[in-house]
Unconditional design. Structure first.
Lengths: 272, 237
């Protein structure tokens, strides 16, 4: 028996973000690390310094469009008749006091004090993952557009704002890349509970036993509401599993490749 | 009821698709619209010319708000910052020959003294040489009245060689960025300094929390007996 966790559109959004993020990270790194031999190699793969910028800009615009579409979709999901439930209910991604309590409880549990928190559908780190995009993407988008149209920007703002924009763009990109490739990957795939892969984002559902272990409050709530038996999604087919395992691990390999080389070559570049 | 929900879902999908198409179109067709602005108004055109050339009707000066927030912090500004002898000149930003009275000047290279200035994007990535912007000998100080790098004409004489359509405001970009994290930058370019430290703290705090957090999760789950949680969960129900 399985529980549905992500809808089709949600998974498409994640896939889109995954692909565009990897392309942005690789093309961005090819420019940031251009003074080094590795950066030149990477730039050559994307067709050179200028072409990688073109790719970076195009994918960046697509990402912004995706961000707006996602936000519109998010607004369409608000239940206007029951706003309180919609914003602060257990299915909402908005952080609340419960999350702070869970965080504290979990910290204590790390050191063997107390029991692990009874997580509901979204754990606090999953909520952070989600909202991190909401602070990172607009910052990257605004500074990116500023750098993309410097002449238009400097009609409104003084030129030295471009210095700040470049610094913020790089620093935020490095933050995003290091967070995704270090934290998000490891919590998604490499911790013993979800090794070799957390399949929920690709298959859309999780086995009941897994959910019971990780998100007991969620399962309990579904049981109480009688929604558990209502619709049990089919397990993903073998072929589909092979496809997303290959795809996921390719993406992971790309990310780790960028991260390791980025760290190795970081002493030859400057952030600003 | 079911039909209504299906219809609503379909409506949502259609509006999502429409929004995507509109956004994509906006990103494609923005170009021509800004080009048409060129013939919009004569006054605007004149203002743009003023703006980009730096020549103003009555006086030659830049609007105050465009000054970059960069100054030389070590230099005290006095009514006459020069002494009578050239050898004692400390402020070299207003001379016809900025390297006047430097001993053995012919044997020196730019980077011997201006190391930091050779490490920004224009030199490292665009591979520009110093002379491509600063000109040949004698190199005028950037604030000298006739210098091509004087802020009143820099955009037209230097920047526009590569950046077509560069304006005075555009030329306020600080090519030789100071070290963003250093304490001298705090007085010379505070916004750069503070945004650097803000981002560094953000990076530090995020990673300092989440990396140990992830590691603790991994360690804790390794030492947990397999299936223990499952039994507990099934016991509870």
């Amino acid at each position: 028996m399985r529980i549905k966790r992500f809808g089709k559109l949600e998974r498409v959004f994640h896939l889109f973000l995954m692909l565009s993020f990897l392309i942005q990270a690789a093309t961005g790194f090819s420019r940031l690390f251009f003074p080094t031999s590795w950066g030149k190699q990477l730039a050559r793969f994307f067709g050179g310094y200028e072409t990688s910028l073109l790719i970076h800009q195009t994918v960046g615009l697509l990402m912004m469009a995706g961000f707006v579409v996602h936000t519109l979709w998010l607004c369409s999901r608000i239940n206007w008749k029951n706003l309180r439930m919609s914003f602060f209910g257990p299915d909402s991604l908005i952080p609340n006091f419960q999350d702070a309590r869970h965080l504290l409880q979990r910290m204590l549990w790390f050191f063997g004090l107390g029991s692990p928190p009874k997580l509901d559908r979204w754990a606090y780190w999953e909520k952070f993952d989600y909202w991190a995009v909401y602070w990172g993407l607009p910052l990257l988008a605004i500074t990116g557009v500023m750098l993309m149209y410097p002449l238009t920007t400097t009609r409104v703002l003084p030129g030295w704002t471009l210095n700040i924009a470049a610094l913020l763009h790089r620093a935020e990109a490095l933050l995003a890349v290091s967070y995704i490739f270090l934290v998000h990957f490891f919590i998604g795939h490499f911790r013993p509970f979800s090794f070799p892969m957390n399949e929920a984002m690709f298959s859309g559902s999780v086995p009941l036993e897994e959910a019971m272990e990780e998100k007991p409050a969620w399962v309990e709530r579904l049981k109480k509401e009688g929604k558990l038996e209502l619709a049990s999604p089919k397990p993903p087919s073998r072929r589909y599993r092979i496809v997303y395992f290959l795809f996921g691990y390719t993406a992971l390999a790309c990310g780790v490749y960028l991260l390791i080389n980025g760290i190795a070559y970081s002493r030859y570049i400057r952030l600003h | 009821m079911n039909l209504r929900r299906t219809l609503m879902k379909a409506g949502q999908m259609v509006s999502l698709c429409a929004a995507t198409v509109v956004l994509l179109e906006l990103s494609v067709f923005l170009g021509p619209a800004s080009a048409q602005e060129d013939v919009a108004s004569a006054i605007r055109r004149y203002k743009e010319r003023e703006f980009s050339t730096g020549y103003y009707e009555e006086y030659e000066a830049k609007p105050l708000h465009l000054r970059p927030m960069v100054g030389v912090s070590a230099v005290k500004t006095r009514p006459f910052p020069y002494t009578s002898t050239g050898a004692q000149i400390r402020v070299r930003t207003r001379l016809a020959d900025s390297h006047r009275a430097i001993k053995f000047y012919e044997n020196l290279k730019c980077e011997f003294c201006h190391m930091r200035e050779t490490k920004d994007i224009h030199t490292v990535i665009a591979n520009l040489t110093c002379r491509q912007c600063h000109g040949g000998e004698p190199i005028a100080s950037i604030d000298h009245f006739y210098s091509p790098l004087n802020p009143i004409r820099k955009q037209a004489y230097v920047c526009a060689k590569c950046h077509e359509g560069a304006t005075a405001s555009f030329a306020d970009y600080v090519v030789h960025e100071p070290e963003a994290g250093s304490s001298t930058t705090r007085t010379s370019f505070p916004s750069l300094y503070y945004s650097y430290w803000f981002m560094l703290c953000l990076l530090g705090v995020t990673l300092a929390f989440f990396v140990p957090h992830t590691m603790m999760v991994i360690v804790r789950e390794l030492f947990k007996k397999k299936g223990k949680g499952r039994e507990e969960a099934s016991d509870a129900h």
